[in-house]
Design a protein around this ligand. Structure first.
Ligand code: C2E
Ligand code: MG
Ligand code: MG
Ligand code: MG
Length: 273
């Protein structure tokens, strides 16, 4: 059903909608068992300091190897997990697994490293979410500032539910990033109202470096971040040209294929050597 070969067959809009619907139903059912069947795993994308090149941390990215259909991209199954509520269990697993990996890196001597973890809205809306993270960090004896939770602007709409959770995490010392910055319901109000430490400039802007308008957007984001004392990281950096521009504009950190694709856990220590 998901095989790429099928895409070549011309389908009427109605047929393709039904195929997509069937695909969603099958995937949703299989996702339910994916954790216990060990089909989910994480890859880690390195984040580098823009001037020194030093690895400052990694972002954990979820993967699903379906037994029959192969690799399913997160853009496809994370929304399904969100719709069904499965994302709570999956998100807990991600958080715990990523933190365990971080602990291994710290124990190996790379004590400065940070781990970025993507969150979903429903995770953040659990009243005891801050307590859950605190438990994981204290069990593993991880310094809270070494964990960076990534949220998006759309999650901030539910201020009353989300703000107290973020404040509690902030007070505990957990780092908070605003992911995909510039693509969502951007409101400058969010930046001062919420306890944000870092902005991640969305890769769509980075990929259009060379176009004046997109460069202006990046310059503006960085200028604003500097005024608010926020760290800025650029995602999706693929070319030297993009890197040079970001260096000139004093972006702080970078991640992208120019440095490395996301790598399996087993290669993390190798990457640090
Ligand atoms: P994101 O958090 O914005 O992650 C960045 C995405 O860009 C990742 O895609 C990464 O593999 C990709 N990327 C990194 N560098 C480059 C580059 O140089 N060029 C290009 N073209 N792409 C690059 P991925 O792994 O497919 O993840 C997609 C999205 O799925 C993530 O976007 C995030 O929103 C979501 N996601 C991933 N893991 C999790 C998770 O554990 N929990 C939740 N809730 N969402 C997740
Ligand atoms: Mg992210
Ligand atoms: Mg992003
Ligand atoms: Mg994204």
């Amino acid at each position: 059903l998901l095989n790429k070969k099928h895409e070549k067959i011309a389908l009427s809009p109605l047929q393709s909608t039904r195929m997509e619907e069937m695909e969603r139903i099958v995937l949703t059912k299989d996702l339910y068992y994916a954790i216990e069947r060990n089909e989910l795993y994480l890859e880690y994308q390195p984040q580098h300091h823009i001037d020194t090149n030093k690895v400052i941390g990694f972002e954990a990215l979820i993967r699903w190897k379906h037994p029959i259909l192969g690799e399913i991209p997160p853009a496809k199954f994370v929304p399904l997990a969100e719709k069904t509520g499965l994302i709570i269990r999956i998100g807990n697993w991600v958080l715990k697994t990523a933190c365990e990996e971080l602990k291994r890196l710290h124990t190996a001597g790379y004590t400065w490293l940070r781990m970025g973890v993507n969150l979903s809205a429903s995770q953040l809306k659990q009243p005891d979410f801050a307590a859950q993270i605190k438990n994981i960090l204290s069990d593993l004896e991880i310094w809270p500032s070494k964990v960076d939770i990534e949220i998006t602007e759309s999650m901030m709409i539910e201020v009353e539910r989300v703000l107290p959770v973020l404040q509690e995490l902030h007070e505990y010392g957990v780092s908070i990033s605003l992911d995909d910055f510039g693509t969502g319901y951007s409101s400058l109000g969010y930046l001062t109202k919420f306890p944000i430490n870092q902005i991640k400039i969305d890769q769509s802007f980075i990929q259009r470096i060379g176009h004046l308008e997109d460069e202006m957007v990046i310059k503006t984001i960085i200028a604003m971040a500097q005024i608010l004392h926020l760290n800025v990281i650029a995602e999706g950096v693929e070319t030297e040209e993009q890197l040079t521009f970001l260096q000139q504009e004093q972006c702080n950190e970078v991640q992208g294929y120019l440095y490395s694709k996301p790598i399996p856990a087993a290669q993390l220590l190798n990457y640090m050597d």
